[in-house]
Design a binder for this molecule. Structure first.
Ligand SMILES: Cc1cc2nc3c(=O)[nH]c(=O)nc-3n(C[C@H](O)[C@H](O)[C@H](O)COP(=O)(O)O)c2cc1C
Length: 183
């Protein structure tokens, strides 16, 4: 059975630095683990997500994307920092997800911001959210400021080193872990 790693970026921008970061981290994780990779962002779930009050309100592609997230062997998630936290719509998606649906799932946390001032968004906002779900967040999160991108893609050597360090922390026994499939 092939492992499946799914990345999700909580950004509505196109192009999106967060999506570019999640794309790269997910690709590196998949390469390291011999897994398949797929990435999505909030725009992929529009316009249905905004008005959805339950996952059952999503149909077609948005519903399939959420199912893909929930059934992945591991996740890479990221959000742009908005006013010191993750975006509201990113939280709305996770508000619709069953509290038990991510239990035990390895999750690599990422975020992007204009500068470095809110780098602890990963520790103060994202990690507690995934702690609520009893997901297994990797010890190293990856925060990237705007200056660490070049032509829209992660470029600074320090950032690329952080990505490699975080990706190396995915458990090697992923194949043998039970995964949640609730959607
Ligand atoms: C509404 C809004 C609020 C923002 N708030 C912050 C913030 O509090 N701290 C920060 O460092 N950057 C902030 N930014 C900048 C974005 O986090 C940054 O440009 C991010 O990389 C954009 O990601 P994206 O290209 O995926 O949309 C904000 C941007 C917007 C549009």
């Amino acid at each position: 059975m092939t492992l499946r790693i799914v990345g999700f970026a909580g950004s509505l921008s196109r192009p999106s630095k967060t999506r570019a970061l999640v794309d790269l981290v997910t690709a590196k994780a998949a390469a390291r683990l011999g897994a398949t990779a797929a990435t999505y962002d909030l725009t992929d779930l529009q316009p249905a997500l905004v008005t959805a009050q339950a996952l059952d309100d999503l149909e077609g592609l948005p519903r399939a994307i959420v199912a893909s997230i929930l059934s992945a062997d591991a996740l890479v998630v990221g959000s742009p920092v908005y006013k010191g936290s993750y975006t509201g719509l990113f939280k709305h998606l996770f508000d619709l997800i069953d509290p038990a649906a991510l239990a035990g799932k390895p999750v690599l946390l990422t975020a992007t911001g204009g500068g470095d001032k809110h780098a602890l968004v990963i520790e103060h906002q994202l990690r507690p959210l995934f702690g609520f779900f009893e997901a297994v967040t990797l010890p190293t999160g990856v925060y990237a400021s705007g200056a660490e991108f070049s032509d829209g893609v992660p470029a600074s050597p320090a950032l690329l080193t952080r990505i490699d360090r975080a990706v190396s922390q995915f458990p090697k026994d992923l194949l043998h872990r039970p995964t949640s499939t609730a959607a």
